[in-house]
Design a protein around this ligand. Structure first.
Ligand code: NAD
Length: 488
């Protein structure tokens, strides 16, 4: 681990309502992806730090689980208010540490706030079920109870929204929480904890331990952690799922993606291009719902021409500048990996119709890469199969919708897919046969809102109950059945 600039602020962990230094002295610098400026250092905490946080959460659980649900909900109302008041400040923090455009960050903050809004409905969400007279003089009731301490592990690409997918609902349901934010975007998490305390959350209910794999393993291995919510890349999601499930924990692990957008011959070219550009290149393609493969059905040359032309017009730069759509990728090392994917695409015979590497030279600092588009990509090519997580888009050609749907079926991932068409028959066939959990009909980023589950399929998700919506409530609660006889 590098500890280079000792004078830069070192983030603290948040344990039992206190800001505390990590036991470990390892730390990493957190640079602004657009400028390279080191914003803070993040501690790479150890299992001892995890242990302290879990103990605090376990203690807090004893009283939090008994706190009346409406009282818990009132803290979330207050939290909602504080987050809304700080909307712009939070969005700016997202831009600083993640690099995405301010407009995107503002939208992300909004999505996060909506999760708190949903969680504030805890009294309704936590309701059980009853049935009188299941047999003569016998009634049945179901009550919901929290699980205990829940661990949350989050990725760099949504530092506001993804933590808020997890802890507000878990805590509203009566659990206590230990969050390990991404070590690449750790700053916002501390702000979320600070505002949660201001909203009245008792100490120990939400704890934050910064770090990397040691913290993740610490959470997985801790016997007092009853459930794990994970969001991140596919290999880590699978690892977390398998390791935590083997220890008897409840796990939901949201993973990588390769989202296909099918452009039908009747699609409105102008609108389809707009949606695809913003889906593929917004947030530098670093969204789990980003369009990373377009299936062009039929001749399609007009669409490809228009896409290339409009990609040439995209404004690339620092996310704080108005009008910018294409922002830097998270780290220089990630850009290196992306460049090797571009080489691989060329070596495997795809046609590079727009080379975003040429825009790299325009920037002295920052991890910029221009919009890169490959045409005539086949499903067997590496760039068609792997999640590249960058502004690199593959165009695959298909003779008809059946062939396009086959490409989607062949993909190991199944987070999202979209079709651009006004043909009702094609829409229905797509809805029935597309092998992914979140579908868009003429929608570029069909990400679901907080009251529905975020519903990836195949290797995009490991587990059963997804985050958000009723799935989220079921994940963070366990049910107790009471059967009562009244004739004694
Ligand atoms: P990542 O897997 O590198 O990191 C995610 C978390 O896992 C981080 O907190 C990190 O510290 C931890 N981690 C990383 N390597 C680890 C290891 N070897 N052992 C234990 N823990 C480890 O993911 P990322 O690059 O931060 O985020 C991008 C990925 O997340 C993409 O693949 C994207 O598709 C995915 N993602 C998925 C969704 C979804 O809803 N399916 C949403 C957002 C992001």
């Amino acid at each position: 681990m590098s500890v280079i600039k000792q004078d830069t602020e070192l983030l603290k962990n948040y344990i039992n309502g206190e800001w505390v230094e990590a036991e470990s002295t390892d730390a990493l610098e957190v640079p602004n992806p657009a400028t390279g400026e080191v914003l803070v250092r993040v501690p790479i905490s150890s299992k001892e730090d995890v242990d302290k946080a879990v103990i605090a959460a376990r203690e807090a659980f004893q009283s939090w689980k008994k706190t009346p649900v409406p009282k818990r909900a009132r803290i979330l109302y207050k939290y909602h208010h504080l987050l809304s008041e700080n909307h712009e400040k939070l969005a700016k923090l997202v831009v600083q540490e993640n690099g995405k455009a301010y407009k995107e960050a503002y939208g992300e903050v909004q999505r996060g706030i909506e999760c708190v809004e949903f969680a504030a409905g805890a009294p309704t969400l936590m309701m059980g079920e009853t049935l009188t007279n299941i047999a003569e003089d016998i009634d049945s009731e179901m009550f919901r109870y929290p699980l205990g301490v829940v661990g949350g592990i989050t990725p760099f690409n949504f530092p506001m929204m993804v933590p808020l997918w997890m802890f507000p609902l878990a805590i509203a349901c009566g659990n206590t929480f230990v969050l390990k934010p991404s070590e690449r975007t750790p700053i916002l998490a501390n702000e979320l904890a600070r505002l949660f305390a201001e909203a009245g959350a008792p100490k120990g209910v939400l704890n934050i331990v910064h770090g990397a794999h040691d913290v993740v393993n610490g959470l997985i291995e801790h016997e007092d952690v009853k459930a794990i919510s994970f969001v991140g890349s596919q290999p880590v999601a699978k690892y977390v799922y398998e390791r935590a499930a083997a220890r008897g924990k409840r796990v939901q692990a949201l993973s990588g993606a390769k989202n296909h957008h099918i452009v039908m011959p009747d699609a409105d070219v102008d609108k389809a291009v707009s949606h695809i550009l913003s889906s593929a290149f917004g947030s530098a393609g670093q969204r789990c719902m980003a369009c990373s493969a377009v299936v062009v059905v039929g001749e399609g040359d007009e669409f490809v021409q228009a896409l290339k032309q409009r990609a040439d017009e995209l404004i690339i730069g620092n996310g704080l500048d108005d009008e910018v759509l294409l922002t830097p990728v998270i780290r220089a090392s990630h850009r290196e990996k992306v460049l090797s994917y571009i080489e691989k695409g060329l070596a495997e015979g795809a046609t590079l119709v727009r080379d975003g590497r040429k825009e790299m030279d325009e920037f002295e600092k920052g991890n910029f890469l221009g919009a890169t588009i490959f045409d005539h990509v086949t499903p067997e090519m590496t760039i068609a199969k792997d999640e590249i997580f960058a502004p690199v888009l593959s165009l695959l050609r298909a003779k008809d919708l059946d062939e396009g749907l086959q490409y989607i079926r062949k993909s190991r991932y199944g987070n999202g897919a979209t079709i651009y068409t006004n043909n009702a028959k094609a829409i229905r066939q797509f809805r029935e046969e597309a092998d992914a959990g979140m579908l868009g009909i003429n929608v570029g980023v069909p990400a679901t809102m907080a009251f529905f589950p975020f519903s990836g399929w195949k290797d995009s998700f490991y587990g059963d109950l997804h985050v958000n919506g009723k799935d989220g409530v079921n994940f963070y609660t366990r049910k107790k059945m009471i059967t009562s006889r009244f004739d004694i």
